[in-house]
Design a protein around this ligand. Structure first.
Ligand code: GLN
Length: 240
């Protein structure tokens, strides 16, 4: 039998990839290889042809200007992304792309950057940036640890649930102690760091959903996550 293979698509690496967000792709690739799968990495930038066959979609954060640059292209592929999400394709979008997977981001200077509305969320830019280490708690993934830096404050509508509850830091906004969003197998989060090296439970969720969708079942070999565990211990002791 030929080796089973998973294709990861990174959205907009030229404009949306800050604070090490590309590390999320590397973690998925390496863990998939450890589990015995071949991995194909694809990138998608404005003007590219959207690939017909993808198993996991990942996107990072960016400056307001980068979000402005990708807006038109993102709106053009929004229908395809929503269809894939409704078909159970796992996705992880961080900060700037998380915001644009929502309805809109109104920047602090008043510019409205339209999003694709995959998440029932809206984001309003404020003069104060929310910056620092952050820890949240999730029933699905346990403690989620990372770093946030955003001016946008995100508010969840009725058709979306948060990824985690804030223990340290700000999260979606300064008011309701929520962080991130969940819809089907799509995860949105403000956490850079990158997120996945310190939160392998989320990496394995994305992998499990992708592999089960494509091949019917998935069994994890044991991966020794001692370095991730150590990194988590150190990161939780860091001040805000
Ligand atoms: N430009 C957006 C904001 O400031 C997103 C920032 C980011 O991706 N880190 O809210």
């Amino acid at each position: 039998m030929s080796q089973q293979s998973i294709t990861i698509l990174q959205l907009y690496p030229k404009d949306m990839n800050i604070y090490g967000d590309f590390g999320n792709v590397l973690v998925l690739k390496r863990r998939l290889q450890w589990y015995g799968y071949d991995v194909t990495l694809l990138t998608y930038n404005p003007g590219d042809t959207f690939p017909s066959d993808v198993d996991i979609i990942v996107g990072g954060g960016g400056q307001d200007s980068g979000q402005g640059k990708i807006q038109t292209d993102l709106l053009a592929i929004g229908g395809q992304l929503k269809k894939l999400a409704d078909n159970g394709v796992p996705m992880l979008v961080i900060c700037g792309l998380y915001q644009l997977f929502g309805k809109f981001f109104k920047t602090a200077s008043g510019e409205v950057i339209a999003g694709i509305g995959l998440f029932d969320i809206e984001t309003h830019g404020k003069s104060e940036r929310l910056i620092g280490n952050i820890i949240t708690a999730s029933d699905e993934f346990g403690e989620i640890i990372g770093y946030e830096n955003h001016s946008g404050q995100t508010f969840l509508g009725k058709r979306v649930r948060p990824l985690g509850r804030v223990r340290l830091g700000a999260g979606n906004n300064m008011g309701d102690a929520t962080e991130g969003a969940r819809y089907r197998n799509v995860i949105g989060s403000y956490l850079h760091g990158s997120l996945l090296p310190k939160n392998p439970a989320i990496a394995d969720f994305l992998i499990e959903k992708a592999v089960t969708r494509k091949y019917g079942d998935f069994s994890t070999d044991i991966i020794d996550d001692k370095f991730a565990t150590l990194a988590r211990q150190v990161a939780t002791k860091r001040p805000r």
